[in-house]
Design a protein around this ligand. Structure first.
Ligand code: CO
Length: 141
């Protein structure tokens, strides 16, 4: 069902400092920050050769990562995202097996403009998993 690792998302208390570390110390290709008000985060994408890192910091009072940062003030890995080719089919398989989808259970449009859903971390060894529907025909080999 799952394909490539699409990204690892890291919640950070200081986005500029985190971006500078990835750019200047780790020598990574770091893109400019952008606000995603509908997701309650500001994000910096770090483009690696084989995947992406997303540095997230809260945007607005109702940010979904606020509580996470309250519990982890120095930041931490927030979720990992796997690609799937058919999100409704993946959702059906998972819910039939008893896995819980966060929210109303329906895919929504994620940070990359593609349908995503999140799986309950208690069902996956304490890891918040995002599934993103990616059309493999549109991907570079
Ligand atoms: Co994500």
């Amino acid at each position: 069902m799952i394909g490539r690792l699409n990204h690892v998302a890291i919640a950070v208390p200081d986005l500029a400092a985190a971006a500078a570390k990835y750019r200047d110390l780790l020598g990574a290709h770091v893109l400019h920050p952008h606000d995603l008000p509908e997701h309650g985060v500001t994000v910096v994408f770090v483009q690696l050769e084989n995947t992406k890192i997303e540095l997230l910091t809260p945007l607005g009072p109702d940010s979904p990562i606020r509580k996470f940062l309250d519990a982890n003030p120095s930041g931490g890995i927030h979720h990992i995202c796997y690609e799937v080719s058919d999100l409704p089919s993946a959702a059906r398989t998972l819910t039939e097996a008893g896995a819980r989808i966060l929210g109303d259970g329906q895919p929504r449009i994620g940070a990359h403009g593609l349908p995503v859903l999140f799986l309950h971390p208690k069902d996956f060894d304490g890891t918040l998993i995002e599934l993103e529907e990616v059309n493999p025909e549109l991907q570079p080999a």
